[in-house]
Design a protein around this ligand. Structure first.
Ligand code: PAF
Length: 310
């Protein structure tokens, strides 16, 4: 496996691979690789001839400088994980290679309006412009490829897909299922910053999603009722500060009055000062006889089983 730090070199190498008839897979990451990333690389290796894992802690997507500073960096361990998963190339550029002149503002950036401005975008202004800008740059260096993204960052996935369509990029975006820890917590590079008690408290995120999913599957169509039921579950955990818990349509990530088709449940909370996000998909059963359109009353809710994600 090769480690390349120059943007020009990686672009040249991947062009040569394509000219030789090989397909290119790209797994964009910010490093601190865990088994969620590993599953992306393995999938890419199964489906592409040459797999590049990019490792770049992108300063443009951090609003809070201390969050950027605290972001874990572990290039040697990451390189070993990428190699073990079968990657052919690790692309680990410097900030100055990606953004010459940084910290002077980057003049050209990509904004995905609407989709990039709600939920995470509202709580972290500028975040998705930073993500879209770096991903556009990585796509431009990689050229025609398949690019692998985890569904754990569902809004990021939606933003990237939209950018690819709007800008006609020659990239096939491949969504990959969220990988979970045995206790249900979605695998994330931020999890290492949770204390033992924080880790237990963090369960409220996927428990809220499980509760929301049960409501949708049982026929509740009222998005606000589903959102409130999830928020109540989050609020019941004193160590978690809930940001949002919503039931949205899976394409536009907007809250419809009535849930129909592919629904995505999104939740975000801070535990131990660590921002955690999670989501799950559930489809509204078609042609179901009219079911309850309201959320259960608290007495009914209390009898609902708290459990793992469906
Ligand atoms: O998901 C991430 O790790 C980052 O947001 C990404 C897509 C690599 C862009 O920096």
């Amino acid at each position: 496996m090769r480690v390349i730090t120059s943007a020009a070199d990686v672009a040249r190498l991947l062009d040569a691979e394509r000219s030789a008839g090989r397909t290119v897979g790209l797994v964009p990451t910010m490093g601190a690789l865990h088994h969620g990333h590993r599953s992306l690389v393995e999938r890419a290796v199964d489906e592409c001839d040459v797999v590049t894992v990019s490792i770049f802690v992108n300063p443009l997507q951090f609003g809070d400088p201390s969050d950027l500073e605290r972001y874990p960096r572990s290039l040697d361990a990451d390189t070993a994980i990428a190699a073990a998963a079968g990657a052919s190339v690790v692309f680990a550029p410097s900030v100055s290679d990606m953004y010459p002149g940084f910290p002077a503002p980057v003049a050209t950036s990509v904004h995905v309006a609407g989709l990039g401005e709600r939920w995470e975008g509202a709580s972290r202004p500028g975040h998705f412009a930073g993500v879209a800008t770096v991903v556009a740059k990585l796509f431009s260096l990689a050229g025609r490829c398949r690019a692998y993204f985890g569904e754990k960052d569902f809004q990021q996935l939606a933003v990237v897909r939209r950018m690819v369509v709007d800008l006609s990029m020659p990239v096939e975006v491949v969504p990959c299922p969220t990988v979970r820890e045995p206790d249900g917590l979605a695998a994330s590079s931020r999890n290492v910053r949770l204390s033992a008690t924080g880790r237990i408290a963090a369960r409220c995120l996927h428990e809220a999603l499980a509760a929301g999913c049960r409501l949708v599957s049982s026929g509740v169509r009222d998005s606000a009722a589903v959102g409130h039921a999830m928020a109540d579950m989050g609020a019941a955990e004193p160590a978690a500060v809930l940001d949002y818990a919503v039931a949205v349509d899976a394409d536009g990530l907007q809250v419809p009055d009535e849930l129909l088709g592919d629904v995505r449940l999104l939740v975000a909370a801070t535990v131990d000062g660590v921002r955690l996000i999670d989501n799950t998909g559930c489809s509204v059963p078609p042609n179901r006889p009219p079911g309850p359109r309201r959320a259960p009353r608290p007495s009914e809710q209390a009898t609902m089983e708290r459990g793992a994600l469906i």
